[in-house]
Design a protein around this ligand. Sequence first.
Ligand code: GDP
Ligand code: IMO
Ligand code: MG
Length: 419
Amino acid sequence: MNSDILLGLQWGDEGKGKIVDVITPKYDVVARFQGGPNAGHSLEFNDKKYVLHLIPSGIFHPNKLNVIGNGVVIDPAVFKKEIEGLGLPLDEVIKKLIISSRANLILPVHRILDAANEKSKGAKKIGSTLRGIGPAYTDKISRNGLRVGDILSTNFKKRYDEHTARHLATIERYNFEFDLAQYEEGWFEGVEIMAKFRIENSEYLLNNLLDQGKKILAEGAQGTMLDIDFGSYPFVTSSNTISAGACTGLGIPPKKIGEVFGIFKAYCTRVGNGPFPTELLDSTGEDIRKAGFEFGATTGRPRRCGWLDLPKLKYAITINGVTQLFMTKSDVLSGFGTIKACTSYIVDGKETTELPFTFDNAEPVYKEFAGWSGDITKIKKFDNLPENLKDYIDYIEKYTGVPITIVSVGPDREETIIR
Ligand code: GDP
Ligand code: IMO
Ligand code: MG
């Protein structure tokens, strides 16, 4: 059997958590392959909302395995808090959740370094979630990291102290005030909880399960425009958010990848800094933010809002090899009279559909669409959607050459149209 991948095609927050939860019944395993607690994946069912940061979005389904893969960076303090907030008995979660021994740890000093680093950038700051992601991946790549498997070794505390001392020397140079103790207590409690879980080389488990015919869904975090190689660098995260990241982040070979589900909002949002050519700085942007409740699931920051950017969507489809598109938040655009989508850019006086090296000077060219109105959240059949929404969907499918097979019309599990 092959592993399918679900990932974001924009700047994150496309609704990955919701849709993973909806399609989990078709799978045996849900596995996170990159990112860390910078992610905030929201799920809604039975009138309750949950936000997951590290735990895969299949966790609420019975009899499904969830794996935190080697490509993820884990903060034990966040892990502990999240486990406690699930509302599930600990022994049930321990049965359902496996952590890769090769995943790198986010240390308390990584969070401090992240904050010190951002502060030193002044106006050029990335707008990081300040969860220690960049410094943890930096340690990983420079071969200085501590990994989950290390927490089981007898000299773990000694190694922790050595790593911390090394970073404290760097932080001193920043002239940055901090309180390490504030983070350390919860961190070590989190390490104790993690040690109760199955910590293993999960690449064996995942490949064995595929050989036995089991179905795996790899769950992406962030989005393609935040990818370290292909996103709007340097305003990106520190991991490969694209489909190739699922291979390196889980140990699944490319020939065992099946469908690649690319998820996007009917418009665009971005939280944090960096170029956003279709951003709406007027009242329409404000109206989208209000209607879509566009505030970060991790930091609560208001998300910047704008029209759909089709050249970027097409780029993301190419880079990821997307085979099916899922469109979310169609309900949010209800009542917006006219809707726009960017179909090309003007760069240095020339029209192009290619993304420039930096997006700074890309002037969007828009196509207008007649909008739709009314509450569409209870519609169950694609055919019953407003004609103008169907026309919008049809245009996106023709532009990208990829079918839109799921249309999400609300945050709840039930508010999903599968074609
Ligand atoms: P993720 O990071 O990709 O999992 O997305 P987030 O959870 O950060 O942000 C998506 C937000 O939109 C969450 O509040 C979801 O509950 C909500 N959401 C998801 N799909 C829909 C939809 O189709 N319509 C509406 N109105 N909200 C949605
Ligand atoms: P999910 O999985 C939206 C953004 C931050 C910042 C940049 C770098 O919920 O879609 P980092 O903390 O990685 O150093 O931040 O990336 N960012 C996200 N934006 N959704 C996310 O995750 C994000 N994770 C990071 O706002 O601009
Ligand atoms: Mg999110």
